[in-house]
Write a protein that binds this ligand. Structure first.
Ligand code: MIC
Ligand code: SF4
Length: 652
């Protein structure tokens, strides 16, 4: 049968269920990746499984997020991750080696393989034709333990690329165009597959920019075919043996095909405060710029930074602008230094930052109050930069560098006429000296693991009650992201200390939430969160479910919930319920008392609807939830870890 790339890869990795759109299937995971901010908890959960070794073909633990190290907490996490990796057969990419997605593309990703990562931008790997998916840390821990990864069979959208990008128009503008077409909501359960004659003109890093930011549309993943461009990239990394050719069959059936003519694109920007808020740069021209940040997993490749450097060459940045440049990996930095681009950047006045997430996650380089910051990263949610009233615009490296020179938002086509030609190197300086190999099995058994005082056990959930006696603790609006639920930035150092991190749940929206939730919990009430459309978009951080669980939350009722977050809620014993009638959102308020008799039995029986009784307003509110049998069991056990342990005790 003619198939899409998604069908081919899923078919080759299927271990449970039947591939049919929407149907839950279990797939074998070849590779996993974790990063330190989600990875410490993921590895604590992996340890809780009681295995002696990771069971994947390849698992890599990256240290790239929390590298600011104010206080001992981050360094303690790094040391813990290093010890755990050595003992359990996991490779460890040390702090300084680069951002997980960039390094994984360079050193490990391979066409046709499955990759599960505890980071929402794991789909970057789709640039190499791999099926790369982001998930919560617990799902990654289970995959490391050899368990299948479960997902609803995605529906595949074909994106046909025609033509060639005009000079000074970038891959970033392609994905911003995709975001303009698809927006950041309503794309749950979809995969984007790129095909068409325009694909051949895009290098692997350019493809990576596009697959990376598919995450902002909320799709499960995005894929490019594996072609000669892929082969040449792998060859330049000394890994040509990892190449296989892979593409969709010509007669493959897509749910829908959208055509983008690359030659008709122009520089675009995502204006504050959503990646979906896309406008042409020419319409923003002249707005004063205070900060420019170039780098991140979206635009941290050699090609990206070298392009910016060639625009900046021989110029000094505008006196209003602070320019930060963070190369995506140590390999990128080494190559920039070798080819002279680093010197051009330094001469222009750029502040060279570590090869890490840095500015992107808001734990450093926050802009001034009310400042306008142009960034080449992928998210501009309000406050994510670390400054609540900053205005962040997401742009290409070309637009960022041009604007750093002029001090105002600048269409790069107005600043320079000849496009800087950065050729893809035939050979990158390959040096895996900052990747630590695990110990052999025999040595591993005697190794101990050092844990700092900030590292606590994963919290245990309690089994579901028969009757729900609930209180609405908060009601939020549309498009509430996991950055709003569980802020990163300076709070991120508590990722491995749930009792402390829970003090900051909903901090950007309502700092009183944790206390109200605790009070309700201590009175024996079940906490409820009410939300609008697309709840939980953005980061994969499972803490946005784990910490609410810790505070006694049992149900989220929303107009819609994003894929990774919905899976995380189930993993931590929280029911993700959807209003059967969206207008009921208006008949429930914070503080309302919600009751359901026999809710446990209803879920257990496989019901997909239930009626919540709002006792405060004497109204019934029907909600629906689509849970597989596996998910129902997880929920009733009070979380996935409880279920796995129950099974282990029962010897299953
Ligand atoms: C992000 O870009 O929001 C992060 C930080 O990389 C997260 C992971 C995390 O919260 O640790 C993500 O994208 O999943
Ligand atoms: Fe790191 Fe930013 Fe990429 Fe997240 S989006 S992995 S914080 S660079």
């Amino acid at each position: 049968m003619a198939g899409t790339m998604t069908e081919k890869i899923l078919h080759a990795h299927l271990v449970e269920g039947k591939l049919a759109p929407g149907n839950e299937v279990g797939i074998r995971i070849d590779q996993t990746l974790t990063q330190d901010a989600t990875g410490t908890m993921a590895h604590l959960q992996f340890e809780a499984l009681g295995l002696s070794r990771a069971r994947t073909k390849l698992s890599v633990s990256y240290i790239d997020h929390n590298t600011v190290q104010v206080g001992f907490e981050n360094a303690d996490d790094h040391r813990y991750l290093q010890d755990v990796a050595r003992k359990y057969g996991i490779r460890l990419s040390r702090a300084g080696n680069g951002i997980c997605h960039q390094v994984h593309l360079e050193r490990f990703g391979a066409p046709g393989k499955t990759l599960l990562g505890s980071d929402s931008h794991t789909p970057t790997g789709g640039a190499l034709g791999m099926f790369a998916v982001g998930a919560g840390g617990l799902d990654v821990a289970l995959a490391m333990g050899g368990e299948p990864f479960y997902l609803a069979t995605p529906r595949v959208i074909g994106i046909r690329l025609m033509g060639k990008l005009p000079p000074r128009v970038a891959a970033k503008d392609v994905i911003l165009e995709v975001l303009r077409l698809f927006s950041t909501k309503g794309n749950v359960g979809l995969v984007f597959e790129y095909f068409g004659e325009g694909v051949a003109g895009l290098s692997v890093p350019q493809r990576g920019t596009i697959t990376n930011m598919g995450a902002e549309c909320g799709v499960t993943t995005s894929l490019f075919p594996s072609d000669v461009v892929t082969r040449d990239f792998l060859r330049s990394q000394g890994r040509v043996d990892d190449w296989v050719e892979l593409s969709a069959d010509p007669e493959a059936e897509y749910e829908r095909v959208v055509t983008i003519d690359l030659s008709s694109l122009e520089p675009l920007a995502a204006a504050p405060h959503s990646p979906g808020n896309v406008e042409p740069v020419r319409e923003l021209k002249g707005l004063a710029v205070d900060q420019v940040c170039i780098g991140s997993c979206t635009n941290g490749s050699y090609r990206d930074i070298a392009t910016a450097a060639s625009i900046l060459k021989g110029k000094t940045i505008h006196e209003r602008v602070s320019l930060i440049v963070a190369p995506g990996s140590r390999q990128v930095l080494a190559k920039l230094a070798h080819d002279g681009y680093l010197a051009d950047l330094v001469a222009s006045g750029a502040r060279i930052d570590e090869c890490a997430c840095g500015f992107c996650i808001g734990n450093s380089k926050s802009p001034a109050s009310g400042a306008r910051s142009l960034r080449t990263s992928n998210r501009n949610f309000k406050g994510r930069s670390g400054t609540v009233d900053a205005e962040v615009y997401l742009v290409s490296c070309e637009t960022a560098a041009a604007s750093a020179i002029t001090g105002v938002i600048t269409d790069p086509r107005d600043l320079y006429t000849t496009a800087p030609a950065v050729a893809m190197p035939k050979r990158f300086p390959v040096d895996d000296g900052m990747i630590i190999d695990p110990a052999d099995l025999e040595t591993a058994t005697s190794l101990s693991i050092r844990r700092g005082p900030n590292i606590g056990d994963p919290p245990a959930g309690s089994p579901w009650p028969e009757d729900l006696a609930g209180s609405v603790i908060i009601k939020v609006g549309d498009m509430v992201t996991t950055d709003h639920i569980m802020p990163a930035g300076q709070r991120m150092k508590y990722r491995s200390n749930i009792a402390r991190y829970a003090d900051f749940v909903f901090e950007p929206l309502d700092p009183g939430f944790p206390e109200r939730a605790r009070t309700a919990r201590d009175l024996g009430r079940h906490g409820i969160i009410v939300a609008g459309l697309s709840y939980g978009q953005g980061s994969s951080r499972e803490h946005a479910a784990m910490c609410p669980m810790y505070l006694g939350i049992r149900v989220v009722i929303a107009k819609s919930i994003e894929r990774i977050h919905a899976a995380n809620l189930v993993n931590f014993g929280i029911l993700p319920a959807i209003f059967a009638d969206e207008s009921d959102y208006d008949s429930i308020e914070s503080g309302d008392t919600i009751e359901v008799r026999g809710i446990r039995s209803l879920v257990d029986e496989g019901k997909e609807y239930l009626v919540l009784h709002n006792a405060t307003r004497n109204r019934d509110i029907p909600v629906k939830f689509m849970l597989s049998e596996r998910e129902r069991m997880i929920l009733l056990a009070g979380g996935a870890l409880n279920l796995v342990r129950e099974r282990q005790r029962a010897g299953r």
